[in-house]
Design a protein around this ligand. Sequence first.
Ligand SMILES: NC(=O)C1=CN([C@@H]2O[C@H](COP(=O)(O)OP(=O)(O)OC[C@H]3O[C@@H](n4cnc5c(N)ncnc54)[C@H](OP(=O)(O)O)[C@@H]3O)[C@@H](O)[C@H]2O)C=CC1
Ligand SMILES: O=C1O[C@H](COP(=O)(O)O)[C@@H](O)[C@H](O)[C@H]1O
Length: 494
Amino acid sequence: MGTSEWHIERRSSFGTESPLAREAGNVPETGSLSIVVLGASGDLAKKKTFPALFHLYRQGFLPADEVHIFGYARTKISDDELRNRLRGYLVPNKGASPQLLEDVEKFLQLIKYVSGSYDSEDGFRLLDKEISEHEYLKKSVEGLSRRLFYLALPPSVYPSVCKMIKTCCMNKSDLGGWTRVVVEKPFGKDLESAEELSTEIGKLFEEPQIYRIDHYLGKELVQNLLVLRFANRFFLPLWNRDNIDNVQIVFREDFGTDGRGGYFDQYGIIRDIIQNHLLQVLESVLPIRDDEVVLGQYEGYKDDPTVPDKSNTPTFATVILRIHNERWEGVPFILKAGKALNSRKAEIRVQFKDVPGDIFKCKKQGRNEFVIRLQPLEAMYMKLTVKQPGLEMSTVQSELDLSYGQRYQGVTIPEAYERLILDTIKGDQQHFVRRDELKASWQIFTPLLHRIDEGEFKPLPYKPGSRGPAEADQLLEKAGYVQTHGYIWIPPTL
Ligand SMILES: NC(=O)C1=CN([C@@H]2O[C@H](COP(=O)(O)OP(=O)(O)OC[C@H]3O[C@@H](n4cnc5c(N)ncnc54)[C@H](OP(=O)(O)O)[C@@H]3O)[C@@H](O)[C@H]2O)C=CC1
Ligand SMILES: O=C1O[C@H](COP(=O)(O)O)[C@@H](O)[C@H](O)[C@H]1O
């Protein structure tokens, strides 16, 4: 495949003539498309959902003659007030071209705002009326229209909102139209509440109508994992306990809860990041051991007035999972996530066992590592030992590096939300969380979470801007991870 094929090209509509639409499996649907962002006044909506919709619009995936976007929330604001709030999130601070500015204005005109509560029919009846008017204006045949409801809302209101959608806002889907609901994480707070929520929503919608979004599943390099693993011969014999010593899945942020302390304190880092983003559901996970958990809370976290003074909520966690199956028995899967650390990155680090013996009769170089960097600056690299270039025979640690910025110059990597919203419109659920997967992930973490909630497990303090509690690094070492500091010069021995 040539690199040019990686581009998503701008096009005017989902017409049958568009090769991109055909390639993307977008069989043209003729009904109008209404996208409703519930919680439109919130943080996620302005930072992620509307910008993702704008990018899709710019690339021609949301043609103005088919699509209308509705914001819904309790806050009483006008259409223009919502548009003014969003504008700054759609244009970069500097260097916006006149074309971009024009596109922003056209996009904003597609947005209509409806104010109403999340648990009474009035607001939703009004919303339904607005959507129906748009469908009528677009001459959409009843039964062909498509309605997408995106719940950018706290999970506590999902049941009532879903009930209102079901009662007031469903379209007739008998001619190929549909109603789909996207729900954000965290989906529940533990196994029991997640199952309850699934059951409640399951009474209202069929599984193909429910899209449980975990935006990490939409990241380019996460999507690449399947290809990497199954389309490359050299991973085949290595991908097991005989060769791999440990696996780390790491999420670090160099900022704290940033005005979201009220939300965060009720959930904590395990529910916010580890239970969903870092956990590709692994089967046969053994119960988590106390001595394989380190929790932390950054100093200053409780200064946020929305966080209780006695909060026991972890903002950092390292947790080791162990899998009891033939392939992975004995290999620690180390999940680490933290806020207010010294860097921002997300990566998967597969560390191989030492090479047996030492024919070079020297201090060993670092271990082989295969690293998949999800962000920032997507890359994959393999750390390996090579001969130090030059006359002398000595070894040095180096790497095979596939940095996307270099290799795929000029290619714009889509934002995760952009990709996943497009999948929802296309009806493709493969990168969304299934109910059984969700259950399995809560099963793993619920016993630990309950003990933290009950104050039995206490987070250790750490300095903002640090690596987190030192105990986390000690746990890593105990689990077998060997850190490699760049290369170490080794005198020739051959
Ligand atoms: N923000 C982020 O970076 C991310 C958020 N998420 C998830 O997305 C969802 C929304 O997040 P976010 O936008 O940050 O949340 P917000 O706290 O900003 O809430 C969104 C909107 O919901 C309404 N709302 C807030 N609290 C309540 C409440 N107690 N009862 C009823 N309505 C309420 C408010 O609208 P109004 O009062 O106008 O009705 C608010 O504008 C959450 O499930 C979150 O976990 C997921 C990934 C990232
Ligand atoms: O879901 C969440 O994700 C963000 C991090 O997302 P990213 O794509 O910027 O890595 C995190 O800040 C937030 O706490 C969490 O709710």
